[in-house]
Design a protein around this ligand. Structure first.
Ligand SMILES: C[S@@+](CC[C@H](N)C(=O)[O-])C[C@H]1O[C@@H](n2cnc3c(N)ncnc32)[C@H](O)[C@@H]1O
Length: 168
């Protein structure tokens, strides 16, 4: 794959912010995510846009950490958007055209490019979990897996005001 296929540029109205000189923490990738998509243009824009079965390939060293995961119907998956730029404060989403703050957006471009999706678990084969509900490029690093608790995670009356107020 040509990296330029997935590179983030900067659009009119977007604002880049100087990043700190040093990092505050480090993390472990616990595996990789296998998906059908190798270009951002082909990727679903959010987790509900595709029914494709994707695979969480967990590093076998973490096999014990998967104990009882098979009992979950849905999981929260956290992943590292490794092809994102990390310095945008204001972003202009392509289908919106209005500058919005990074922390008001689900864009992968953010200081810590951590993405999340609630996925449906459809199969477990050792350290390979088959799931539906991802929106990332093939080979995206996997950060964490957590059970989704509808009882505490679902907020049925939540609103994103700017999104609800959009004209189109
Ligand atoms: C809008 S983000 C949403 C991610 C996640 N569902 C969330 O809400 O945090 C999904 C988009 O990120 C982009 N993307 C996917 N994988 C990526 C990666 N490894 N690095 C950078 N961008 C990626 C694609 O353009 C995809 O449509």
């Amino acid at each position: 794959m040509n990296d330029n296929d997935n590179a983030f540029g900067i659009r009119d109205g977007e604002v880049a912010i100087g990043l700190p000189d040093t990092f505050d923490a480090s993390l472990y990738f616990i595996g990789r995510i296998r998906t059908p998509w190798t270009k951002r243009a082909d990727c679903p824009k959010n987790a509900r846009e595709s029914d494709a079965v994707c695979t969480l390939e967990v590093d076998p060293r973490w096999a014990k950490a998967l104990t009882h995961v098979e009992s979950c119907t849905h999981l929260v998956v956290l992943y590292w958007m490794n092809r994102s730029r990390r310095d945008l404060g204001l972003q202009v989403p392509r289908h919106d055209g209005i500058a919005r703050g990074t922390f008001a957006l689900r864009s992968p471009a953010r200081p810590n490019p951590i993405a999340l999706s609630v996925v449906r678990l459809v199969g477990v084969d050792g350290p390979r979990l088959s799931v539906i509900g991802l929106d990332c490029l093939d080979d995206t690093p996997l950060l964490d897996i957590k059970p989704y608790f509808a009882s505490t995670d679902a907020v049925s009356d939540a609103v994103v005001g700017w999104h609800a107020d959009r004209k189109s």
